[in-house]
Design a protein around this ligand. Structure first.
Ligand SMILES: Nc1ncnc2c1ncn2[C@@H]1O[C@H](COP(=O)(O)OP(=O)(O)O)[C@@H](O)[C@H]1O
Ligand SMILES: [Mg+2]
Length: 303
């Protein structure tokens, strides 16, 4: 059983980009980034899919002690937004549901530690500042304080694809196809811009609303890489990163790789959607990687 989601951060600082969003600055003071993004506690759920225990993921329900988080917010943020509930968290980040004080419009704010999460938020911003697409989460505005970065994003209220797989066991071929078409549409857009997501998985695909017909939004660009201008399609990356169960064999083999690694992850997601189980699954990471490198899997369905 694979139960880990250690992530290594991608290479190099991103180039400055044209802004699609407003940025509110404080006295910026950068720290040194860390190599590991996070390692979540997960528990095993039915059908071989693993579930996070550390996050109240995806929904905007009661929230966990929002007051604790309210006090940690920069006053410029709380002057504009009411902090409602904690809806997700990683090692260096917290995601909260907020409400704009005047418009009453709900949003999500991802708050990242400037020092520990440096490379993560830099990657995320490098992407979010450039993208506008119906299947990709939209950044609304940005606040920067001395120790934190606050990304105000549109709020996805339908929860993670992950939770719907857990709830349903597996998807019908038709429903799986619908999800995958949206993911591939968003991914095609990203790849054309030279962006490789590098951490596609059901936890990072959010439903826009709770309905069955909701669209999907690709989120969490903390491990993304951006092709620098002039590199063309021959852009290859070297950094070993991702979430173990979804990592492509070429990354594990430490070969230079390109955006096709995202399509490998889509393949893994496809398998999970249709079967409710993981194609490559072993609690021992070395054995898991061996399975992936061999690309050895069984599928017992009728698809
Ligand atoms: N815009 C959003 N709307 C609703 N929930 C969100 C949003 N962004 C993140 N979340 C929730 O918070 C969790 C963690 O956010 P994510 O960006 O994936 O951070 P991490 O890098 O810690 O995985 C997500 O899995 C999701 O459940
Ligand atoms: Mg995530």
């Amino acid at each position: 059983m694979g139960c880990m989601s250690t992530k290594l951060v991608p290479e190099g600082p991103p180039p400055n980009s044209g802004n699609l969003v407003t940025t509110v600055y404080d006295t910026g003071q950068d720290g040194k980034g860390k190599k590991t993004k996070h390692h979540r506690d997960r528990k095993r759920e039915k059908n071989g899919v693993v579930k996070e225990t550390g996050s109240n993921s995806g929904t905007n329900g009661g929230g966990k002690k929002p007051k604790t988080y309210r006090t940690k917010f920069d006053t410029r943020v709380t002057a504009k937004y009411d902090i409602k509930a904690l809806i997700g968290r990683g090692s260096f980040s917290r995601v909260v549901r907020v409400e704009h004080k005047i418009t009453k419009q709900p949003y999500a704010i991802k708050m990242v530690d400037r020092v520990q999460g440096k490379e993560v938020f830099e990657s995320e911003l490098m992407v979010l500042r450039r993208v506008r697409h119906k299947y990709i989460i939209q950044l609304i505005e940005l606040f920067e304080s001395q120790d934190k970065v606050y990304m105000v994003m549109e709020l996805a209220t339908g929860g993670e694809l992950f939770d719907r797989i857990i709830a349903k066991g597996s998807f019908t071929e038709r429903d799986a196809t619908r999800v995958l078409q949206m993911v591939l549409d968003g991914l095609n857009y990203l790849h054309k811009l030279g962006i490789t997501h590098r951490d596609l998985k059901p936890e990072n695909l959010l439903y826009y609303h709770p309905g069955h017909d909701s669209k999907i939004l690709i989120t969490d660009f903390g491990l993304s890489a951006f092709r620098k201008t002039g590199e063309g399609n021959g852009h290859y990356m070297k950094t070993t990163c991702g979430t173990p169960e979804y990592i492509a064999p070429e990354i594990l083999a430490r070969k230079p790789y390109n955006c096709q690694v995202d399509l490998w992850a889509v393949g893994v997601i496809t398998y999970i959607l249709l079967s409710g189980t993981m194609p490559f699954d072993d609690e021992n990471r070395t054995r898991l990687y061996r399975l992936i490198l061999k690309a050895k899997f069984n599928y017992n369905g009728e698809v």
